[in-house]
Ligand binder design. Structure first.
Ligand SMILES: [Ca+2]
Ligand SMILES: [Ca+2]
Length: 219
């Protein structure tokens, strides 16, 4: 076996092992796996990993301008949930959009003044089917808008389907300013998976390479 072949094999095995160890935590971190601040509009960060996605973690670095959007897959609508209860100390709003960027459900923090750590939760109530969805997190005062205006009304503080003047249209932006101090968050998920099952593909590639190189080595 040539040195370059061993080098390629070793690199692939190490990379796949590293990615698998990251994915085995069933976590997507805005910085560690996402590489930086998540975009404010779909498709956002495209999550990739193997198996269920249980936690998304990140940081609202600037409440005035930093909504974070993640592209996920809802695999089991009946058991879907997303919540920041118990895993964030800052006021947060959660927003779920379908693959056409249309609003599905929202639960969020008060808009008018800094609250006391509102924690948002989304349930399976408004999720119609399995598939690709965009999950967004923002601070109070930062609300999703379509060309028709705010997609959800500001009140009441319960999970709701779109009920604002902009409800019929896809999300195109956010209202600003937000409020409060920057802070970290974690969203705990159920019934969801990564958008891209990438490590499974990498494992197949690795198995294929090992087989190919083993055959060459035996010659
Ligand atoms: Ca962010
Ligand atoms: Ca962002």
């Amino acid at each position: 076996m040539q040195r370059s072949q061993w080098s390629c094999l070793l690199s692939t095995v190490v990379f796949t092992g590293l990615f698998s160890s990251i994915a085995s935590a069933q976590l997507w971190d805005e910085s560690l796996q996402g590489g930086g601040d998540a975009p404010a509009l779909p498709p956002g960060q495209i999550t990739a990993g193997q198996g269920p996605l249980l936690t998304i973690s990140g940081t609202i670095s600037n409440p005035d301008s930093d909504p974070d959007v993640y592209c996920i897959r809802i695999t089991d609508p009946a058991s879907f949930s997303a919540t920041t209860v118990g895993s964030a100390a800052v006021d947060l709003s959660l927003w779920l959009f379908d693959s056409a960027m249309l609003g599905v459900s929202h639960d969020g923090a008060i808009d008018s003044s800094p609250g006391t750590g509102y924690q948002a939760s989304l349930s399976s109530a408004f999720v119609p089917a399995p598939g690709i969805y965009f999950l967004a997190v923002s601070r109070g005062g930062v609300d999703a808008v379509s060309t028709g205006g705010e997609i959800w009304a500001d009140l009441p503080f319960v999970e709701r389907a779109p009920d604002g003047p902009g409800a019929p249209g896809p999300v195109v932006g956010w209202t600003f300013p937000g409020y409060g101090a920057p802070g970290a968050y974690a969203i705990q998920l159920s019934g969801a998976a990564y958008h891209v099952p990438e490590p499974a593909s990498l494992t197949l590639i690795t198995v294929g390479m090992i087989g190919l190189l083993a055959r060459r080595f035996r010659r």
